[in-house]
Design a protein around this ligand. Structure first.
Ligand SMILES: Cc1cc2nc3c(=O)[nH]c(=O)nc-3n(C[C@H](O)[C@H](O)[C@H](O)COP(=O)(O)OP(=O)(O)OC[C@H]3O[C@@H](n4cnc5c(N)ncnc54)[C@H](O)[C@@H]3O)c2cc1C
Length: 679
C-alpha cells in the first residue's frame, strides 16, 4: 500500500488484480471462485491478487433480509422428476425481456453452485436418501425451490466468507464507495479503480480516502434499497447504481423492480407460511385506533377472501395481472389503498379473518381446494393462525422474536414494499459489462426479465459470480493493476473527486444530506414504485435531475461524519434514481402497460373497484393492461450528459437461447484451447 497526496488529503492506494465491491452472497462467492481458478491456472499468491471491499460486512440484502423460509431456486433435484437447464431457462425467460444466454447459464451453473453451497456448509435439508427436497414458489412450474430457513442468504454469505478467509483474501470493511475511476474511451475504456471513504476514520477535514486500483473490477454491491421510502431492503443497502452510471455502465430492465407485502417495523417479507396460515388482516387510523376489517367489502365471501390471503404466500410479489376477477394481488392493492388514506395495516396471527356484513364465519373447510389441500397435507388445521404457524414453521416466529416482535402478543404492521430489482446493469454471457474488464454480479446485474421464479435471485448471484471468476482467471489472468503510464489520468480524477467532496460537504446550504435522501426515497416510492403514471413520472424525473444538479453545484449541509457519508450517498442516489426514473418514463412513453410488479394508471383503463381511489385525481383508480409487444425488447439506459434529463434510452433485442451444441471431441478441443471464452 502506498499513499498519494491530493488536494489537502492523503489517500491510501492499493493495487490488485481484481477488486470486488460488495460482500454479499454474490461477492463472497466470486472471491472464492476467483481464488480457485487463479490457483488452478498456476497464478502465484492468488489470494494477494484479490480484494473484497464493502461498506459493511454485516450489511446488504444477503446478510440482513429474508422471509418465512427464504428461497433458493435451483434446478430440480427430485429423484423421480427430470429437469433440464433449458427448461429452467424457459422459466426465467417466460414473461419476456430476458437474455436467453444468461438464463441458460443460470440453469447450467445452478447445481454446480448449489452443491458448492452445500459443501461450504449451508444447511439445505435433504431426506434419508440424500435427496434435496423441493417446493413450489411463485412463477415456478416445478418444485425447484429449497430453503435453509428464514436466513438462507445469511448462511450463504457467512459460509462463503469463511472460505474467503481460509484462502487469505483480504476484506476491506466500512468502505463507503465514493467514485469509480475510468481511463480511455470507446472500446478502450476501462474502470480502473474505486475511491472509498473509510467510515471509521473520516471526518469533515480528513476524508480518509482509499483508492483501490485493479485490472478487473467486479461490482457486487446489491440492489438500490435506499432509493425507496417504503422498502423491505435492509437499512444501509445503498448500492452504487449512480456511480456505475457515471462510469458509463448501461442499465437494462431497470423498470422491473418487485414490490410486495412486508413488515415495516422489522423489515422482513411476509410471504410463504405467514400468509398460508391465513391471519386476520385489519387497518387502524394513524394512532393505532379505529380497527376495521377493510378487506371484507371487496370480497363476496369469506372463502374467497381467506383463500386469497392464503395464495399471497406463494403468489407473493405484487402482480397487476392478478387483480381482476378477485385474484390474490387485489390484497396488495387494498393494503396500498388503506395506506394512501393515512391508515395503517396489520396482520394479526392471534385471530382468523373476521367476517364482514353478510359473510360467514371463517372455517378452514370453506377454503378453496388448493388452500385446503395444502393445509391438510401439512397438518396445519389448528384453530388459530399462530398455532398453524408454530406447527408449520416455528422459525418464522423466532425471527420476529429475535428482532423484538412477539407474534403471540402484537400484530405485525405491513405495507407494499420495494424488495428486489430484476433489472440492473447489462452483462454478457460471462457477466462482463459493456466496459471490458468490469463484471457485474448479484442483484446489481440485470440478468432477469419481467418476471422471475421466487428464489432465482440467489441462484443468479452464484451462477454469475462463477462465470465472471472463470473468465477473469482464464482470459485476463492475474495481472496486478499498474497504471504508472496513466498516472496523470488517475491523479486528475482524484483531484476532481476531492474537489467534489469539498463542494458537496459545503455547509453553506440549508438542505441536509439526510433530507436530500428522504426526498429521493419519497419520489421513487410515489412515482417509480408499484403504481406509475406518465406525467407524474416525468415530473419526478425532472425534479430528481434538478436535485442532482443542485447537489453537484451547491452541496449539502454536513455537520458530522454521518452526514458526510450521507452526502456522498445522496449525490449518487440522486443520479441513480434519475436513471431509474428515465427508464420508467421511457417505457411508459412507448405505451407500456401493467406488467411484472407494477401497475400503469390510465384514464381509459379498467377500474378495480369504485372504492379503490387514485389519490392524485380522487377518482377510481383505472389501470392499463400489458403491452405484450414490449416483451420482445429490453430497455437500456445510459448516462448522457448532453441530454436535458442526463440519460438516453433505447430498446435492444434480447439475446436468444444458445442452441449451438458440439460433439464431445470438438467441444473438448475448444475447452483445451480456450476458445470457449470467445463468445
Ligand atoms: C426481504 C427480502 C427477501 C428476499 N428473499 C429472497 C428469496 O427468498 N430468494 C431470493 O432468491 N432472493 C431473495 N431476495 C433477494 C436477494 O436476497 C438479493 O437479491 C441478494 O441477496 C443480493 O445479493 P448481492 O450479493 O447481490 O447483494 P447484497 O447481499 O445486497 O450485498 C451488497 C454488498 O454491497 C455493499 N454495498 C452496498 N452499497 C455500497 C456502497 N455504497 N459502498 C460500498 N459497499 C456497498 C453492502 O455492504 C454489501 O456488502 C430477498 C430480498 C429481500 C430484501
Amino acid at each position: 500500500m502506498k499513499t498519494k497526496k491530493a488536494g489537502n488529503q492523503t489517500v491510501s492506494v492499493h493495487n490488485y488484480s481484481v477488486v470486488i465491491i460488495g460482500a454479499g452472497a454474490a461477492g463472497m462467492n466470486c472471491a472464492v471462485h476467483l481464488y480457485e481458478f487463479m490457483a488452478d491456472k498456476g497464478i502465484e499468491n492468488a489470494a494477494d491478487k484479490i480484494a473484497v471491499v464493502t461498506a459493511g460486512i454485516g450489511l446488504g440484502a444477503s446478510r440482513m433480509s429474508g422471509s418465512d423460509k427464504q428461497t433458493y431456486y435451483k434446478m430440480g433435484t427430485s429423484p423421480e422428476v427430470a429437469d433440464s437447464a433449458e427448461d429452467f431457462s424457459k422459466s426465467l425467460t417466460g414473461a419476456g425481456c430476458c437474455h436467453g444466454d444468461l438464463a441458460l447459464a443460470e440453469g447450467i451453473g445452478s447445481l454446480r453452485e448449489f452443491y458448492h453451497l452445500v459443501r461450504a456448509g449451508v444447511p439445505f435439508p435433504h431426506d434419508p436418501m440424500g435427496s434435496y427436497v423441493g417446493y413450489k414458489t411463485d412463477h415456478d412450474p416445478y418444485e425447484r425451490a429449497t430453503s435453509a430457513g428464514p436466513k438462507t442468504s445469511r448462511f450463504m454469505s457467512q459460509c462463503l466468507q469463511r472460505q474467503v478467509e481460509d484462502y487469505g483474501i483480504k476484506i476491506f470493511d466500512s468502505q463507503e464507495a465514493v467514485q469509480l475511476f475510468t481511463s480511455g474511451s470507446g472500446d478502450d475504456k476501462r474502470i480502473v479503480g474505486i475511491v472509498t471513504m473509510d467510515k471509521t476514520k473520516a471526518d469533515k477535514s480528513n476524508y480518509a480516502l482509499n483508492l483501490f486500483l485493479a485490472e478487473n473490477m467486479v461490482l457486487a454491491a446489491g440492489g438500490p434499497g435506499e432509493m425507496y421510502e417504503t422498502s423491505v431492503y435492509p437499512k444501509g443497502q445503498v448500492g452504487i447504481h449512480g456511480l456505475a452510471f457515471e462510469a458509463g455502465l448501461a442499465g437494462e430492465n431497470l423498470t422491473e423492480s418487485q414490490f410486495g407485502l412486508a413488515s415495516t417495523k422489522f423489515r422482513w417479507n411476509v410471504s410463504g407460511t405467514y400468509m398460508q396460515v391465513v391471519p386476520r388482516i385489519f387497518s387502524t387510523d394513524a394512532d393505532g385506533k379505529d380497527e376495521q376489517e377493510f378487506l371484507t367489502p371487496f370480497f363476496p365471501t369469506m372463502s374467497k377472501m381467506a383463500t386469497n390471503i392464503f395464495l399471497k404466500g406463494y403468489q407473493w410479489p405484487f402482480d397487476p395481472q392478478r387483480i381482476e376477477n378477485l385474484l390474490s394481488s387485489l390484497v396488495d392493492i387494498l393494503v396500498f389503498n388503506e395506506n394512501q388514506k393515512g391508515r395503517r395495516v396489520f396482520m394479526d396471527f392471534l385471530k382468523n379473518p373476521v367476517p364482514g356484513e353478510g359473510m360467514k364465519e371463517f372455517a378452514l373447510e370453506d377454503l378453496e381446494q388448493e388452500a385446503l389441500t395444502y393445509l391438510k397435507s401439512t397438518g396445519a388445521q389448528q384453530a388459530t393462525p399462530i398455532e398453524r404457524l408454530a406447527h408449520m414453521n416455528p422459525l418464522a416466529i423466532d425471527i420476529y422474536k429475535e428482532n423484538g416482535i412477539d407474534l403471540y402478543k402484537e400484530p405485525l404492521e405491513i405495507a407494499v414494499c420495494a424488495q428486489h430489482n430484476n433489472g440492473g446493469f447489462g452483462v454478457s454471457r460471462w457477466w462482463e459489462s459493456n466496459i471490458k474488464h468490469t463484471f457485474i454480479i448479484g442483484e446489481m446485474a440485470g440478468s432477469h426479465g419481467v418476471k422471475r421464479p421466487g428464489g432465482s435471485a440467489l441462484n443468479a448471484g452464484q451462477a454469475g459470480g462463477l462465470r465472471a471468476a472463470e473468465y477473469i482467471a482464464n482470459v485476463y489472468g492475474g495481472e496486478v493493476a499498474d497504471y504508472s503510464g496513466r498516472e496523470s489520468e488517475v491523479d486528475e480524477q482524484l483531484q476532481e473527486c476531492i474537489g467534489r467532496l469539498d463542494t458537496i460537504s459545503a455547509s453553506g446550504v440549508a438542505r441536509t444530506a439526510t433530507e436530500a435522501i428522504k426526498e429521493i426515497q419519497h419520489r421513487m416510492t410515489t412515482s417509480g414504485g408499484h403504481i406509475r403514471e406518465l406525467n407524474d413520472a416525468k415530473k419526478a424525473l425532472a425534479d430528481t435531475v434538478a436535485l442532482y444538479k443542485d447537489i453537484e453545484s451547491k452541496g449539502l449541509k454536513v455537520t458530522d461524519t454521518k452526514e458526510l457519508v450521507a452526502a456522498v450517498q445522496a449525490r449518487h442516489l440522486s443520479l441513480g434514481s434519475a436513471g431509474y426514473l428515465k427508464a420508467v418514463v421511457a417505457l411508459l412513453e412507448q405505451g407500456s402497460g401493467s406488467r411484472g410488479s407494477h401497475l400503469v394508471v390510465s384514464a381509459d383503463g379498467s377500474e378495480i373497484h369504485p372504492d379503490v381511489i387514485n389519490k392524485s385525481t380522487s377518482k377510481p383508480l383505472k389501470y392499463k393492461p400489458e403491452n405484450e409487444e414490449l416483451r420482445k425488447t429490453i430497455l437500456r439506459v445510459q448516462m448522457d450528459e448532453g441530454s436535458a434529463d442526463l440519460f438516453k434510452a433505447e430498446n435492444i433485442q434480447p439475446r436468444p437461447l444458445p442452441k449451438d451444441r458440439k460433439a464431445f471431441e470438438p467441444a473438448w478441443q475448444d475447452y483445451r484451447e480456450g476458445n470457449i471464452y470467445g463468445g
